[in-house]
Design a protein around this ligand. Structure first.
Ligand code: GDP
Ligand code: IMO
Ligand code: MG
Length: 419
């Protein structure tokens, strides 16, 4: 049996924290897509940890962690992350396995990412510049390197061939670079990776399913950043949706039980692209400060806006969400009144779905207002949920049609209520 946990907005919904809280119920936690563009924050007794590649089950000693075939791995980031965790007393190498089919981010992929963004100028995606797009392009272009290739005798020769191609591409951009700078660390990190358990993860997971083990598939980014169903072209390069868990781990949809959809009580987005409910004003600034909305990977300001119900309905539907998890409602305690987008108006018509062009100047979010709630970060009992917050949750459950089964009331592992 496999449960899937993923983000329903533009990423940073609090997936890392929720995976960490749920992990004791699972034997295995597996990442299925994305790469070091992700930043999953976990706070344990006041100590903050940010994971980019390693699944967020790593803080539970009985949990096996898998980096699945759908992930793209930067060996330098992986090594750094493993060494930092081990320095903090977390045993990683005996519990972390890597798919032989996962693709490798080369130093030249990162340069291509930067060159492409620079050329786009103001039309840039706002990429995290971790080499994600170019690596997935080589994957679908059938040129990429997989982790299993590290063990082949002619790896170095094939590496040079691909890098020569990348250099030709880089020559098309007005972009200065020094490739040899990053290569030393890269080759050292590859040697490090060769000492890790590199496995046939699809077989491992399917055997585990037959053996009755419980698996949690951990998504990265969010549904609105999905390459097919997100706010294209301002998206990432992988399938961040439930379907991505099947292709990214090699498991059948028949084995999926629950789909946990994580969403913030408001919305945020890092990088460019449409954001209908964005608050480019003092209210947005207040929420950004209170919610510490600064990127866990790049440190950039996160753009902030009100909860968008039509988009939430859309993302719940395409993922087949069975359980909603709401995070960061505690941040809205500082407001007297909150708003949410209830429908869109497009040319006089009321819309309750995600339109093709979210940037359409005629698309007008229609807002409803509600009173906010007092401080909730210390509550431990369902009876302590303020009536106004309960009303907000009821409205969401009713309009979206799925129950909220967990309410997160702060960043710490302990700040979580099961409904
Ligand atoms: P992820 O990428 O989905 O794992 O989310 P990030 O870690 O990038 O961003 C979520 C941020 O919100 C992190 O700093 C978390 O520590 C924090 N966080 C998670 N849940 C809550 C919550 O319920 N309340 C508050 N105040 N912070 C939270
Ligand atoms: P987690 O897993 C928020 C955004 C970038 C950019 C776009 C493309 O922490 O939720 P990319 O580097 O993938 O080429 O960037 O996607 N982005 C994220 N935003 N959270 C993330 O991951 C993100 N990963 C990528 O800001 O707009
Ligand atoms: Mg994040």
């Amino acid at each position: 049996m496999i449960d899937v946990l993923l983000g329903l907005q533009w990423g940073d919904e609090g997936k890392g924290k929720i995976v960490d809280v749920l992990a004791p119920n699972y034997d295995i936690v597996a990442r299925f897509q994305g790469g070091p563009n992700a930043g999953h924050t976990i706070i344990i007794e006041g100590k903050k940890q940010v994971l980019h590649l390693i699944p967020s089950g790593i803080f539970h000693p009985n949990c096996i962690c898998i980096i699945g075939n759908g992930v793209v791995i930067d060996p330098i980031v992986l090594r750094r992350e493993i060494e930092a965790l081990e320095a903090g007393g977390i045993e990683v190498r005996s519990r972390l396995m890597i798919s032989q089919r996962a693709h490798i981010i080369l130093p030249s992929h990162k340069l291509l990412d930067a060159a492409s963004e620079k050329e786009k100028g103001t039309a840039k995606i706002g990429s995290t510049l971790r080499g994600i797009g170019p690596t997935y392009m080589d994957k679908t272009g059938r040129n990429g390197f997989r982790v299993g290739d590290l063990l082949s005798a002619n790896f170095e020769e094939r590496y040079r061939l691909l890098v020569t191609k990348h250099e030709r591409l880089l020559g098309l951009y007005a972009f200065e670079y020094n490739l040899s700078e990053g290569e030393g660390d890269f080759f050292d990190a590859l040697d490090f990776m060769r000492t890790m358990p590199i496995i046939n993860s699809e077989q491992y997971l399917n055997d585990a399913i037959i053996a009755g083990k419980k698996i949690l598939a951990e998504g990265a980014q969010g549904t609105l950043l999905d390459i097919d169903l997100g706010t294209y072209p301002f998206v990432t390069s992988s399938n961040t949706t439930t379907a991505g868990a099947c292709t990214g781990l090699g498991i059948s949809p028949r084995h999926i039980a629950k789909v946990y959809g994580i969403f913030k009580a408001y919305c945020t987005r890092v990088g460019s692209g449409p954001f209908p409910t964005e608050l480019e004003n003092e209210v947005g600034e207040t929420i950004r400060k209170e919610g510490k909305e600064y990127g866990a990977t790049t440190g950039r300001n996160r753009r902030v806006g009100w909860l968008d119900i039509p988009l939430l309905k859309y993302t719940v539907s395409i993922n087949g969400v069975t359980d909603l998890v709401m995070t960061k409602a505690d941040v809205l305690s500082i407001m007297n009144e909150i708003e949410y987008c209830d429908t869109y108006d497009l040319h006089g018509e009321s819309l309750q779905t995600c339109p093709f062009d979210l940037d359409d100047a005629d698309l007008k979010p229609q807002y409803k207002k509600m009173p906010s709630w007092g401080e909730i970060s210390d509550i431990t009992d369902l009876a302590q949920i303020p009536k106004t917050l309960r009303n907000y949750m009821d409205m969401i459950e009713k309009t979206v049609g799925v129950p909220i089964t967990f309410l997160s009331v702060g960043p710490d592992r302990a700040q979580m209520l099961k409904l």
